[in-house]
Write a protein that binds this ligand. Structure first.
Ligand code: ATR
Length: 292
């Protein structure tokens, strides 16, 4: 897309490795134009270990906010002067704003996922939520679910020790191994895949045979959005479950990240309007039906 720059335009960025295929510049620059703001959002490749040099450059050039993807989400922690409640709970940061020479970190993955869940007519209060995987995305989503009144949050992971570590000290979280998945799905209301199984370009293939025991009518939501119809979704759909991919999480985390960068507080209608605009801009249908 064409973007505008003049002297004084605010600078924002996403950093990571790889970052060339990131949808964030398209989403953020579209949102900036929609809001009539004078900012420009760039994609900057930064390899592991490159954070100190990038932070120094950002301060010099005047980049005042940035998103982080692989491999920086936890490496950034020692550089932060402050963290939001969400970032502390997630133990990772995907959005940083620079105030003077102070870096403040925030995590918008969990709240972005929750807003996408609401688009499916669901929310966490009183629900039993089961999460596949125990990485960074799982932690952010689990903590938001726990803090939003989920009755129980269950973490199912290939390596059970990692699930136990994630649940430690959290009364509403429980850890399970993949072998136990079949037993805990019959009363699960919301099932979330945070593993990379089925993600385009990773070569990680697999299936989810335990889905056959999932409670009838339960929602099956994936964090993956490429392909738009993921293996997890198509297996769940074949069993009659409502499903959604991860594009909603991506667009809403972008909306909340921009609000954080610029200290804005969007009302719910604005979040919905921006979310819809960004879903259309991404060209990915949350239902997996293909292009919007
Ligand atoms: P992120 O931080 O983006 O969530 P991650 O830290 O790589 O990603 O976490 C990926 C999660 O998916 C991990 O919990 C991983 O399981 P392990 O803890 O056993 O490594 C899980 N995962 C990755 N590949 C998997 C596979 N083929 N089958 C099942 N789980 C898998």
């Amino acid at each position: 897309m064409l973007v505008e720059y003049r002297n004084g335009t605010g600078l924002l960025a996403v950093i990571g490795d790889p970052v060339a295929h990131s949808l964030s510049p398209l989403l953020q620059n579209t949102m900036i134009r929609e809001l009539g703001r004078d900012d420009l959002y760039l994609a900057i490749p930064v390899k592991r270990g490159g954070l100190p040099a990038f932070i120094q450059a950002a301060e010099t050039i005047g980049i005042t906010g940035f998103n982080l993807t692989m491999p920086h989400k936890t490496d950034i922690l020692p550089f932060l002067a402050d963290m939001t409640h969400e970032a502390r709970r997630a133990g990772s940061v995907n959005s940083v704003r620079i105030r003077g020479n102070r870096l403040e970190g925030h995590s918008t993955d969990g709240i972005g996922f929750r807003r996408a869940l609401q688009d499916m007519g669901m929310d966490y209060p009183d629900q039993i939520v089961t999460i596949l995987g125990a990485g960074g995305a799982a932690r952010s989503i689990a903590m938001t679910a726990a803090d939003s009144g989920a009755r129980q949050v269950r973490i199912v992971n290939r390596t059970p020790e990692k699930a136990e570590e994630l649940c430690a000290g959290e009364p509403s979280l429980r850890a399970f191994s993949l072998n136990q998945a079949e037993q805990i799905l019959p009363d699960t209301d919301i099932l979330i895949n945070t593993t990379p199984v089925g993600m385009e370009g990773t070569g990680k293939t697999g299936s989810f045979p335990f889905l056959r025991t999932l409670k009838p009518g339960a929602l099956a939501m994936d964090c993956i959005y490429a392909p738009a119809m993921t293996p997890f979704m198509s297996e769940a759909k074949a069993l009659g479950h409502p499903t959604a991919n991860g594009i909603g999480m991506l667009v809403y985390q972008a909306v909340y990240a921009y609000a954080f960068f610029r200290d804005l507080s969007f009302d719910p209608e604005t979040v919905s309007r921006l979310g819809l605009l960004l879903l259309e801009t991404s060209g990915v249908d949350p239902s997996g039906a293909g292009s919007l």
